[in-house]
Design a protein around this ligand. Structure first.
Ligand SMILES: [Zn+2]
Ligand SMILES: [Zn+2]
Length: 114
């Protein structure tokens, strides 16, 4: 009896440098491609299709979408910086979509800044 099937297999296709949001510093990363392999007797023989790619930090082993390669330290810090409500002056954490004090939505602030 011939046993065949397919399996997902990961392969490091490239290495690069990127800004890791978790390490909060520039560090090395591996670009990993996940492919579906044709297997015979559970041995992967050849790739059938590419399922996707992800980026893995060499330091903390966190996995990210390849979009993270475009992220710079400046963009990250801007995205995570606290913002000040224009309505009441309250400082809010970057993750808050609305002011913790007066409930004004953050989008109002962004429009105001433009
Ligand atoms: Zn990291
Ligand atoms: Zn406010």
């Amino acid at each position: 009896m011939i046993i065949w099937g397919s399996t997902g297999k990961e392969k490091t296709v490239d290495s690069s440098e990127f800004f890791c949001p978790k390490c909060r510093e520039e560090t090395g990363c591996s670009i990993v491609r996940v492919s579906r392999y044709f297997t015979l007797y559970f041995i992967p023989l050849f790739p059938l299709e590419t399922l996707g790619e992800y980026v893995r930090c060499d330091d903390c082993q966190s996995e990210y979408s390849p979009d993270v390669l475009d992220l710079t330290r400046e963009e990250f810090e801007k995205a995570t910086a606290p913002w000040t409500c224009t309505g009441c002056g309250n400082k809010n954490a970057s993750g808050c979509d609305s002011c913790l004090s007066c409930k004004r939505p953050r989008s109002d602030v962004d429009i105001f800044l433009e």
